[in-house]
Design a protein around this ligand. Structure first.
Ligand SMILES: [Fe+2]
Ligand SMILES: [Fe+2]
Length: 143
């Protein structure tokens, strides 16, 4: 699978989990979804930061560096909200407030990534995107 297709499918998966968690009322469901979200978000961010972003940066277009810096900053913000959520009692109404905030952040970040960074990555040829995708899938399955 190409790198961009792999990342886009992870985006859909994580967004679906976050949306479900934001509307879940049952405490056990909230707990289970939060664990899954933590796992998927952490793995996703790691393969982007270790493999995808450096490749995009190497394309060295005018805006690639800035694009990557902004994305890294957004990962930090997502990480902060996630860390906050991990400390919230899933029975508390703050869970829904924080999860809804996480949903907005993840939605914004993934849309922007797909619109701007994936388009830039398409400067690579299909074989390069496939090879990068394979390396990312291997890394993700180690997690
Ligand atoms: Fe990202
Ligand atoms: Fe992403």
């Amino acid at each position: 699978m190409t790198a961009t297709r792999l990342l886009a499918s992870q985006h859909r998966q994580v967004l679906a989990l976050v949306k479900k968690a934001a509307s879940a009322q049952d405490v056990e469901t909230r707990r289970r979804l939060l664990q899954a979200i933590e796992h998927h978000l952490t793995t996703h961010a790691r393969i982007e930061e270790d493999l995808f972003y450096p490749t995009v940066k190497e394309l060295a277009t005018e805006n690639a560096g800035e694009m990557v810096a902004k994305a890294l900053q957004e990962h930090r913000v997502v990480g902060l909200v996630l860390a906050e959520l991990l400390g919230v009692d899933p029975a508390d109404e703050r869970f829904e407030v924080d999860m809804t905030m996480l949903e907005g952040l993840v939605e914004h970040h993934t849309e922007e990534e797909e619109r701007e960074m994936f388009r830039l990555a398409e400067k690579l040829d299909e074989a390069q995107l496939e090879e990068l995708g394979d390396r990312m899938a291997a890394r993700a399955s180690e997690a």
